[in-house]
Design a protein around this ligand. Structure first.
Ligand SMILES: Cc1cc2nc3c(=O)[nH]c(=O)nc-3n(C[C@H](O)[C@H](O)[C@H](O)COP(=O)(O)OP(=O)(O)OC[C@H]3O[C@@H](n4cnc5c(N)ncnc54)[C@H](O)[C@@H]3O)c2cc1C
Length: 371
């Protein structure tokens, strides 16, 4: 039997961020990953490190997201230094474009609500009119009524991020086991054993971070992870000269020059097929926002499944039945990568989640049975 300090199940952005963080804390960890046959949001996402839309009605989520965005420069610098991989993180602020007055009014109400709910923590935002936005982004379409802006937002290259997290983990002595699907485990407090093709592995700590796989796996460890798939489709244009100095919620220019157009939110189960009608909606909105986009060729498009908790907020728990088992679930694994690596992993290493994360427990879904 091979013994480790921690087993991480899942090698997507969530598992890899935690594994990287645990290895940095000095733990001998192993990361088990099902591989290419699994659904992998980490390879199909939009790459935003996005704060401004997160946490209306849930200020603890806004705070956690902001903390992650604040940790991002340190994570990017550390990964570049340790692995030589620049993950392309930029934080120029971000815009949410509104088409028409109704969208603008709705957005203003939402942003003001978030400012109120932030209390002393603060929430810096501005509602910009057409002229303000046109000064920031060239070639703005007349259909744009304005935008919300915050300084907190940014973006990165999510594939380089995933690669860098894996490399950093392995460089620190972590063991990566690809093509290893976990379907069963023997669980006891601080004693977890998993059979793999390479023999049994054991550790006093396990982190269930298998994306959509968590829904079936969590109960084996006395945990609950009621995540469901939500499909998102993305279009990518050919490369262009640098035109967009900051990302918007659904249009961003990559470091290499491509313009990414996203991304739908579809409740279609595990169907990863692309739909022309949805792609048309994405393209139409993009061209209304920037008519010059019409001139660019679409060179790639894909659909991928988000890992969606019922209320859209992350789920973090340590098992009460089997202490030492943790679960981590979220639908913003790029944005929260820095919080997972720099804040959550040290808590898991120390065997105790900070009480500030209590509101992220899956207990919030427990409904009292009427007497
Ligand atoms: C269209 C789209 C756009 C998005 N845009 C953004 C964005 O702009 N910003 C942002 O922050 N987030 C975005 N996301 C979300 C982000 O991609 C996810 O939150 C993140 O990738 C989730 O990572 P994960 O590791 O939990 O899941 P996954 O990436 O799905 O990885 C799960 C891993 O677990 C493995 N696995 C599954 N089951 C098992 C098992 N039983 N045993 C072993 N291994 C297993 C799989 O092989 C897989 O590698 C987007 C997602 C989509 C789909």
């Amino acid at each position: 039997m091979q013994r480790f300090d921690a087993i991480v199940i899942g090698g997507g952005l969530v598992g890899a961020a935690i594994a990287h963080g645990l290895a940095r804390e000095g733990l001998a960890a192993v990361m088990l990953d099902e591989g290419d046959v699994a659904f992998r949001a980490s390879r199909g996402n939009f790459g935003l490190v996005w704060v401004q839309s997160k946490g209306a009605g849930a200020p603890h989520y806004q705070r956690w997201t902001r903390r992650s965005a604040d940790e991002w420069p340190a994570l990017a610098a550390e990964l570049a230094k340790k692995t030589g991989i620049a993950v392309g993180h930029q934080r120029p602020g971000g815009l949410h474009l509104c088409l028409g007055e109704a969208e603008f009014a709705e957005r203003r109400d939402r942003m003001e609500r978030m400012r109120r709910e932030a209390g002393n923590f603060g929430f810096e935002y501005r509602m910009l009119d057409y002229r303000d936005v046109a000064d920031l982004l060239p070639g703005l379409g007349p259909a744009v009524s304005g935008a919300s802006w915050t300084p907190y937002d940014g973006h990165a290259n999510p594939l380089k991020l995933l690669r860098a997290l894996h490399q950093s983990f392995v460089d620190r002595g972590g063991r990566y086991m690809p093509n290893t699907k976990v379907s069963d485990a023997a669980a006891a407090a601080h004693d977890f054993r998993i059979a793999t093709a390479a023999g049994e592995i054991a550790a006093p700590k396990v982190v269930v971070a298998a994306g959509l796989g968590n829904a079936a796996l969590a109960s084996r460890f006395g945990l609950d992870a009621p995540v469901k798939p939500e499909r998102g489709q993305i279009l990518v244009t050919e490369r262009a000269q640098t035109l967009l100095p900051m990302p918007t919620t659904t249009i961003r220019q990559t470091e290499e020059g491509s313009i990414m157009l996203g991304d739908s939110q579809e409740d279609v189960g595990f169907d990863t097929s692309q739909k022309a009608a949805v792609m048309q909606v994405i393209a139409r909105r993009a061209v209304l926002s920037f008519p010059w986009l019409r001139e660019l060729q679409i060179v790639r498009a894909w659909a991928a499944l988000r890992v969606m908790p019922p209320d859209g907020l992350p789920i973090y728990d340590q098992s009460e039945r089997f202490p030492g088992a943790f679960t981590v679930n979220c639908h913003s694994g790029v944005t929260l990568a820095a919080a997972h690596a720099n804040l959550l992993a040290p808590m898991i290493a120390a065997d105790a989640l900070d009480p500030s994360l209590d509101l992220f427990s899956a207990k919030r879904f427990d409904v009292p049975v009427a007497a």
